[in-house]
Ligand binder design. Structure first.
Ligand code: UGA
Length: 461
């Protein structure tokens, strides 16, 4: 099939490359000429594991091309995927749909014959209906343009695998033709047994925001438990483990810590509450305000614990920050909890040295006042306190004994509950975490007995 993918950010670039991988002829479209030039040469302009290979192969095969010309897109194919950004509005918590509307306004008057415009961006429920009315006004005589919604569930860091081996496909369609067309697009995946849910547009739109709301709620639930653990001496990591064995609850997304960020979860729950208010059902999802509040509170709690560990204030303190991205295996710093904490600490007078394996350029662009350093040792040299804020695997591999040599105070706050506390304590560090008791300091760093007692005291109660 001949498909266009309009908007080539984290979502669209992956979708375009993966659709070409499935065997379709694909044209990617974006207004950003620099991005289009890079993609056209087979280069991914951001960090996403595995995408480089799929994109490179697709471009080399000739099945994937890129353009900035919307005319070309209108002529190219009959199925047009809309993958543009729907960020939070500046003046409210609702979604900013200007990019989606701009695509419809530019594309639809240029279409001829029977076409399907398929939205993949996350939008408020009712958007397909609203856009269908707009399409009816904009379409040329003789053109038959239909809108469908096909929400995307990919996670950054696993985007290629989530697209080529999704857990489910959901489409919201208005006619049997649209249903048949989308089944044809995804035929190679359907043959592998991927569950396919074909429903109306409103349900499809809601599936996406409901899924992200559920995930956000799960994270805030365990972070709320972490706050209770801190007040009682209980250990949230053991609590989560014990809860997770109940298959009705499950272990995933019960990782307590600094909370969620990124371009999706925070703005999606806010947009959902705004839309629910418009629909008169605001009280049904009012709990999402609390989910949001718990989440932002983790950032403040982290700053408070860090201030305490730094001796009561940050003025004149050297703080090493490990992690800038909103999660590992991504270079995305949008609404990053790590960067929010780094900014707050810097604002209180700390000299912040920051390291991140992939997110330094993006972080520097939004927060140029920090000192960005290329390796962990440099970041921690002479630091009064080390903050572990994004759980990159690289940081779990740090040898705390080696790092102790450059960090005389040996104090670390593990805001992601990801480090081996026993190992750090046995290397002479004072380690604190969110929702876990502080492991007892080592009585004697030299003796084997001392090591054992530190290991025991750091273990879950
Ligand atoms: C999220 C959803 O997981 C995807 O299914 C969805 O398609 C995507 O949003 C989207 O709407 O486009 P993503 O933003 O890539 O994906 O990130 P997640 O893996 O969901 O992580 C979100 C945040 O939650 C991260 O900051 C992560 O560190 C945090 N998190 C995650 C926790 O704090 N604890 C956990 O247990 C899990």
């Amino acid at each position: 099939m001949r498909l266009t993918v309009i908007g080539t950010g984290y979502l669209g670039a992956v979708h375009a490359a993966c659709m070409a991988d499935l065997g379709h002829e694909v044209l990617g479209v974006d207004i950003d000429a620099e991005k289009i030039a890079a993609l056209g040469e087979g280069r991914v302009p951001f960090f996403e594991p595995g995408l480089q290979e799929v994109l490179g192969t697709a471009v080399a095969s000739g099945r994937l091309r890129f353009t900035t010309a919307i005319d070309e897109a209108a002529d190219f194919g009959d199925v047009h995927f809309v993958c543009v950004n729907t960020p939070q509005r500046r003046d409210s918590s609702a979604a900013d749909l200007r990019a989606v509307d701009a695509v419809i306004d530019a594309l639809v008057p240029r279409l001829r014959g029977r076409c399907l415009v398929v939205g993949k961006s996350t939008v408020p429920v009712g958007t397909t209906a609203r856009l269908s009315a707009r399409v009816a006004e904009l379409a040329q005589e003789g053109a038959d343009v239909e809108v469908a919604w096909n929400p995307e569930f990919l996670r950054e860091g696993f985007a290629v695998q989530d697209t080529l081996r999704p857990e489910r496909l959901v489409t919201g369609v208005q006619t049997p033709w649209a249903d048949r067309t989308l089944r044809e697009v995804y035929a190679p995946l359907l043959r592998t047994g991927v569950p396919y849910i074909s429903t109306g547009p409103a349900t499809a739109e809601l599936v996406k925001v409901a899924a992200n709301s559920f995930l956000a709620t799960k994270i805030s639930f365990i972070n709320a438990m972490a706050e209770v653990c801190d007040a009682t001496g209980a250990d949230v990591t053991t609590l989560a483990e014990a809860l997770g064995y109940d298959t009705r609850i499950g272990r995933r997304f019960l990782k307590a810590g600094l909370g969620f960020g990124g371009g999706c979860l925070p703005k999606d729950i806010r947009a959902f509450t705004a839309r629910a208010d418009e629909l008169g059902v605001g009280s049904a999802v009012a709990f999402l305000h609390e989910v949001d509040a718990i989440n932002t509170r983790q950032r403040r709690r982290t700053v408070d614990i860090a201030r305490d560990m730094a001796g009561g204030g940050f003025e004149g303190r050297r703080i090493a920050v490990l992690g800038a991205t909103f999660k590992p295996d991504s270079d995305d710093v949008r609404d990053s909890p790590a960067l929010a904490v780094a900014a707050a600490i810097h604002g209180e007078g700390a000299a912040v040295r920051l390291h991140d394996p992939q997110g330094m350029d993006n972080a520097r662009a939004v927060l140029p006042v920090l000192d960005y350093v290329p390796d962990v040792t440099k970041a921690c040299e002479g630091a009064d306190l080390v903050l572990h804020l994004t759980e990159w695997a690289d940081y779990r591999r740090i040898d705390p004994a080696e790092l102790a040599a450059v960090t005389p105070t040996r104090r670390i706050l593990d805001a992601r509950n990801a480090l081996d506390a026993a190992l750090w304590v046995s290397a002479g560090w004072t380690l604190r975490a969110l929702g876990r008791p502080t492991p007892a300091p080592l009585p004697s760093q030299q003796t084997a007995a001392g090591h054992e007692s530190a290991v025991r005291s750091a273990e879950p109660a």
